[in-house]
Design a protein around this ligand. Structure first.
Ligand code: NAD
Length: 674
């Protein structure tokens, strides 16, 4: 076998397209993994890229008709992320149309290399990958498409393309399968190898049993404080695993729902006690798996337990108020609920969803993010110890492919999702397609207005801590600080002063306030955002670099940007890292337009005692959570938590809203059987 790797259209203009699945940082990571395995095996690498001439004369006809411009020669959009860019000796083939073979030089080169097997990665599965597979097949190559290393913004057509091509013109193979076929043994994603000491974790937890990984796709979890060190290897559950988990969970749900509410609440109390017994271990795992500073890990643990207690207390409400004589209302469980959670709050977020789902009589299939797998196992272990009937909670490890498989499961009738806007929209598409109820909490891009009359030093101190703790990786972190012109200089000085006192360091040190970001790809994404902002003329007031002495891990210095216009990408998009933008305003109406002038609407803060400003802020700001001279303290476990605009879909979480989402009211006229 003489293989070659062909990477297609991995250019920034395509990687930045909204809705790309997997998101660009994930895709780049997988491509880097594939590339590493090929380079290690001295397999030749070729790149096909779209290259539009500056006068647009070679644009595809449908781009010309729509006046669409992308990948123009000489622009940034035509370039590739450094991790996956061509190295010396690797060939780049510009192409005008969909298929890489539109450039005849490619076939000639593959023949010179005596290639018989072509491995493909890149974008888009429904477009250029599809066209290239068909041409490669016709040219006589054996074709392997690297499952995790191809992306698309069109999930429906990507799926159809895969179904059509796989087994016909190509094989769709996991990275692990490709590595096995190439005889490569070592993952080189992000420059780090997987230690052989790291055996894979189980792939799922079904009917009270851990299920061992077989030939599953594996993802290493590296230590964010020491990147080459592997903490765990996590298998990715397949569609078959998701089906097995869902059927088992659905079988258990009826018996679980028949238990009286107070019995179900008692199980939750036992879960809370089992978690309390694991408090130190849970906190240590949050710190080591994610690099979350220990002060923040403790706060997360306590908040998770507060959510659990609030859920137990919520049974006190009147569950079946009667609208009129002879009509009873029952709140029935929704059935089997899918829960998909992100990595940044690996304890509080799943607890805040699983507990109310169970309390109201549902069974749960949970897909956590893969970055804190050992903590996931601790949560399940505590649940087992609490004695819940076997099967009423299943867990499948996995990524977007596993999440998408959950959407196709008929027995899952409702889904609670927290994550990015792009992923949330894809989940919403799936829920609409399969008729599932959805509650989604999505990305925020939160603003704080600093009025001329406030205590500027106090505001700067609170905002610095809130924006940069856990390296800005909280959905509620303020990112846009909108300061009145009269106090801008004083505010910036106070912010600098506050930042000088926020210690960057190892997350397990109690004094550390700013630890590493979660992985190398995140650091690269954040540094790219800052570099792009600088190119657009935005000033890096401080930060914008890897702090000295912290190069081995994933740290990025707290960064303050100034001089950004409202439509700058760094203002419009959530950076999800230690980056804030300071903007200036002159009058109240302008500040409020700036707060509202982004697609997200999760949290908005006001520091001002001016009654008119407070009134206008309360009346006009579009966000699910307002803080008005309230500091930046934590989120109350019984207050509604829900983003407006692009930051949320459906009902908020917590308090009485949980019962509304996790139950269906049923009106019974006449004889009430209960
Ligand atoms: P993410 O969207 O990449 O992933 C979240 C979860 O969804 C993961 O379990 C992931 O595997 C899964 N997933 C991703 N794509 C999917 C798809 N197409 N179909 C089904 N499942 C899919 O987000 P992340 O990087 O884990 O977390 C960071 C994001 O989450 C940020 O945008 C942050 O603002 C947001 N977040 C929001 C809240 C909130 O309450 N509003 C809380 C925490 C985090």
């Amino acid at each position: 076998m003489r293989p070659a790797l062909l990477l297609i259209d991995l250019q920034y203009d395509y990687l930045h397209q909204p809705g790309l699945d997997p998101p660009s940082h994930t895709l780049v990571r997988h491509v880097a993994d594939l590339l590493g395995a090929c380079r290690q095996g001295t397999i030749p690498v070729a790149y096909a890229i779209t290259l539009v001439q500056p006068d647009g004369s070679n644009r595809m006809p449908h781009w010309r008709r729509r006046d669409y411009w992308a990948c123009v020669e000489g622009t940034e959009g035509v370039k590739m992320p450094p991790d996956i860019a061509p190295q010396q000796g690797e060939e780049v083939f510009p192409k005008p149309f969909f298929s890489a073979f539109a450039n005849v030089e490619l076939l000639a080169q593959l023949k010179r290399w005596h290639v018989d097997t072509l491995i493909l990665g890149g974008v888009h599965a429904h477009g250029c990958i599809r066209a290239t597979v068909l041409d490669a097949y016709q040219a006589g190559f054996e074709v392997w498409v690297a499952e995790e290393a191809v992306g698309s913004y069109d999930p429906v057509h990507a799926r159809i393309s895969r179904d059509y091509l796989d087994g016909r013109a190509c094989r769709w193979l996991s990275l692990a399968a490709i590595r096995a076929r190439l005889g490569a043994t070592k993952s080189t994603a992000n420059g780090g190898g997987v230690s052989r000491a790291c055996g894979p974790l189980p792939v799922s937890f079904i009917e009270g049993e851990w299920q061992a990984a077989m030939d599953h796709r594996l993802q290493p979890r590296h230590d964010p404080t020491d990147w080459p060190h592997c903490l765990a290897v996590v298998p990715t559950a397949t569609e078959a695993d998701v089906s097995a988990a869902t059927s088992a969970t659905a079988r258990c749900q009826r018996d679980w729902a028949r238990l009286p509410l107070d019995r179900r609440a008692a199980y939750l109390e036992s879960w809370a006690a089992a978690l309390q017994r694991r408090r130190d271990n849970a906190i240590a795992l949050i710190v080591s798996d994610l690099g979350k500073p220990v002060v923040d890990a403790i706060a997360e643990f306590d908040y998770g337990l507060a959510l659990l207690s609030a859920t137990i207390r919520s049974t006190r409400g009147d569950a079946s108020a009667t609208p009129a004589a002879g009509i009873a209302v029952h709140h029935r469980p929704v059935g089997t609920v899918g829960i998909i959670t992100p990595w940044n709050n690996p304890l509080a977020l799943p607890v805040g969803k699983i507990a109310p789902a169970l309390l109201w009589g549902n069974a749960v299939v949970w897909k956590p993010a893969m970055q804190a797998p050992r903590l996931t196992m601790l949560l399940i272990e505590a649940l087992t110890e609490a004695g819940f009937p076997s099967g009423c909670v299943s867990m499948v490890f996995g990524d977007a492919t596993t999440g998408q498989a959950m959407l196709g499961e008929r027995a899952i009738t409702a889904l609670s999702f927290t994550g990015s806007i792009a992923a949330g929209r894809q989940v919403a598409l799936g829920c609409a397609r399969y008729g599932k109820a959805l509650q989604a909490e999505l990305g925020g891009n939160n603003a704080a207005v600093i009025g001329p009359d406030c205590d500027v030093v106090e505001a700067a101190g609170e905002l610095a801590a809130a924006a940069f703790s856990f390296a800005g990786q909280r959905c509620t972190a303020p990112r846009r600080l909108i300061v009145h012109a009269a106090v801008e200089k004083r505010f910036l000085d106070a912010l600098d002063e506050a930042l000088d006192h926020l210690l960057v360091g190892m997350p397990r040190e109690a004094s550390t306030r700013i630890g590493p970001v979660v992985c190398r790809a995140a650091r690269q994404r954040i540094s790219h955002i800052v570099a792009e902002a600088e190119k657009q003329g935005i000033t890096i007031h401080r930060g914008g670099e890897v702090p000295k002495g912290y190069e081995d891990g994933c740290w990025y210095a707290p960064t303050v940007l100034t001089g950004a216009s409202q439509n700058a990408p760094v203002v419009q998009q959530e950076s999800f890292g230690p980056v804030v933008v300071v903007q200036r305003y002159d009058e109240a109406g302008q500040a409020i337009s700036m707060v509202n002038g982004v697609e997200q609407g999760l949290v908005a803060t006001l520091y001002s005692h001016d009654p008119e400003m407070k009134r206008r802020f309360g009346d006009s700001v579009e966000a699910g959570i307002l803080r008005i001279n309230a500091g930046q303290q934590g989120i109350h476990p019984e207050a509604p938590f829900g983003g407006w605009k692009a930051s949320g879909i459906g009902l908020p979480e917590h308090g009485p809203w949980d019962r509304t989402f996790y139950t269906r009211p049923q009106a019974i006229y006449g004889d009430n059987p209960v």
